[in-house]
Write a protein that binds this ligand. Structure first.
Ligand SMILES: NC(=O)c1ccc[n+]([C@@H]2O[C@H](COP(=O)([O-])OP(=O)(O)OC[C@H]3O[C@@H](n4cnc5c(N)ncnc54)[C@H](OP(=O)(O)O)[C@@H]3O)[C@@H](O)[C@H]2O)c1
Length: 339
């Protein structure tokens, strides 16, 4: 099968599409023919591992131990192991699997895989799992959020657009979103009650205070956000921060009392993916897609993701001839962003 691989760390150019063995199916797994995948920020960072060199202790010091690429997929079940009860051959599914930039993946039935939302195409469905599950699991420890004043910084990225929709339609918070000028209308359309252009207004200087500030891109800091938090408020960031300082600040503020910092730790769970599917089916969540590339254009796609300027998600078309098994009534969910 064709798959994206990289044998060494480096710039996006180390990625290539190669012919590799199709994964073998275990008894509790499904074999999925992948029709679409994405390049996430995590995927792009994993190719270089420059920013977080210490992580190479886990991923391979000199060379990556795992040579495959990709995190999320949408496709069709092509085979099932004998112990699988939930899926059948021909089912359309989406989910999380390391190595998803490939024509086939095998996925354990109990892991983050679920029926594809019927209203989404494969390309749209592939852009859902990673950002939504990370946003959900970063925000959940701050519950209850209903009616709380929450600000999302970096609201137009993959995690940001997911956080905005989950806060507005699932957690039912009173939401302010901060993003670039070009994305203000988008974040409003996703459910933000207030949208601030980060180039025109500095939210830390306008006197407003929040119960929760979610830094969805890890570009702000607890120190600068502190005065914009209500007493007892919490700053959650998706990133470890400069020199991995966030866990230390989180520890100190936990015991100091008052306003707190917290590192959002994303998790991929099946039950959460099923919740996201329900939200999509109910029209409360939609994928935001910035650009689409063919599998062979993975280097260009990764270069774009590396700029840190994408809006929502960047999709990889893995199988050009993805058949539409179900009626494509995705138009009402579709949010295309001009490149
Ligand atoms: N905690 C976890 O478990 C976990 C897991 C995976 C990834 N992450 C981290 O999550 C972060 C976000 O990931 P993502 O996929 O959502 O990123 P992304 O989609 O690449 O984010 C792009 C967005 O970030 C905005 N942005 C860039 N620089 C900014 C700045 N200085 N201030 C404000 N906004 C800025 C961009 O807006 P402009 O167009 O205005 O620049 C763009 O809308 C990454 O740092 C990643 O390392 C965390």
């Amino acid at each position: 099968m064709r798959a994206v691989v990289h044998d060494r760390y480096g710039p996006p150019e180390v990625l290539r599409v190669a012919e590799i063995e199709r994964p073998e199916l275990k008894e509790d797994e499904v074999l999925v023919r992948v029709h679409a995948s994405t390049v996430t920020r995590g995927d792009a960072m994993g190719v270089r591992h420059v920013e977080y060199k210490l992580i190479r202790v886990f991923t391979g010091i000199r060379r990556p131990r795992r040579t495959s690429a990709g995190t999320e997929f949408a496709g069709r079940v092509e085979d099932v192991g004998p112990a699988v009860s939930e899926f059948r051959v021909g089912d359309d599914v989406f989910g999380i699997k390391v190595g998803s930039n490939a024509e086939y993946v095998t996925v354990r039935e109990s892991s983050a895989i679920a029926p594809k939302p019927t209203g989404l195409t494969f390309e749209e469905a592939a852009a859902v799992p990673d950002g939504s599950l990370l946003a959900l699991t970063c925000l959940r420890p701050a519950r209850p959020l209903q009616g709380k004043r929450v600000l999302v910084y970096g609201a137009a990225g993959s995690i940001g657009t997911a956080a905005v929709q989950l806060l507005a339609h699932h957690f039912e918070a009173e939401l302010t979103a901060v993003c670039d000028t070009k994305d203000v209308e988008l974040v409003r359309s996703l459910g933000a009650r207030h949208a601030l252009d980060r180039f025109r207004e500095d939210f830390t200087q306008n006197g407003e205070t929040y119960d929760v500030i979610f830094d969805a891109v890890g570009k702000h800091s607890f120190r600068r956000c502190r005065r914009s938090l209500k007493p007892g408020g919490v700053y959650i960031t998706a990133d470890l921060g400069f020199m991995y300082h966030v866990p230390l600040v989180a520890l100190v503020t936990r015991f100091a009392g008052g306003r707190r910092a917290r590192l959002g730790i994303g998790r991929y769970r099946k039950e959460d993916l099923l919740l996201i599917k329900e939200l999509v089916d109910a029209g409360k969540y939609r994928p935001v897609i910035d650009r689409r590339y063919a599998l062979d254009e993975v280097v260009e796609a990764t270069r774009y993701v590396e700029t840190g300027r994408k809006t929502g998600n960047v999709v990889l078309r893995v199988s050009e001839a993805a058949p539409a098994s179900k009626p494509d009534c995705a138009a009402k969910h579709r949010q295309e962003v001009p490149a």
